[in-house]
Design a binder for this molecule. Structure first.
Ligand code: FES
Ligand code: FES
Length: 183
């Protein structure tokens, strides 16, 4: 890297956010959360502590849950970011995780909920059939000041069940299609 490049305070980045590519010149010290909230106006990403403790600012980068207050936006260059605004289904209906939080009263004020939902999706991808204890452990880095957590755990277990059912339904449909094509 040249001396000029090393001393540059701005850098051109290309970041895909919720399926839309953004090419911007940004300050190298800008956090990903500030980039999302202030540059892209995606204010569903919330800031609580702003030092990596509360989980309210959780988004996904290439499918992995990260804390956007302590990640630099330039670290997301050429990567795909997902925020709570990108969570709903293409027809606008709620994603099964959002629906489960709604159905099981997993949110009250909603301040922590976006981060909870994005962390949940990453967790359930890695562990589709968690125990109650595993959910508690996985979500221990996401702080909620309202719910007392019981309803959040209920919501995540219900979401896991809904996602498993959807997956089984989809693979059943594939088998039926294959049978049909083989006839
Ligand atoms: S605002 Fe990022 S972890 Fe609290
Ligand atoms: S619902 Fe209010 S902080 Fe979690």
């Amino acid at each position: 890297m040249s001396v000029e490049a090393a001393l540059a305070t701005k850098r051109l980045v290309r970041i895909e956010v919720n399926g839309v590519v953004h090419e911007r010149e940004i300050e190298v010290r800008r956090s990903l959360g500030d980039f999302l909230r202030e540059d892209l106006d995606l204010t569903g990403t919330h800031f609580g502590c702003e030092h990596g403790v509360c989980g309210a600012c959780t988004v996904q980068v290439d499918g992995q849950a990260v804390r956007s207050c302590i990640m630099l936006a330039v670290q997301a260059d050429n990567r795909c970011v997902k925020t709570i605004e990108g969570m709903a289904n293409p027809d606008g209906s709620l994603h099964p995780i959002q629906q489960a939080f709604w159905d099981h009263k997993g949110q009250q004020c909603g301040f922590c909920t976006g981060g909870m939902v994005l962390a949940t999706e990453d967790f359930l991808r890695r562990n589709p059939s968690p125990t109650r204890e595993e959910v508690r452990e996985a979500m221990s880095g996401n702080i909620c000041r309202c719910t007392g957590y019981q309803f959040i755990v209920d919501s995540i277990l219900a979401a896991a069940e809904a996602l498993r059912s959807a997956l089984e339904g989809a693979s059943g449909a594939d088998v039926r299609e294959e049978d049909h094509a083989g006839r």
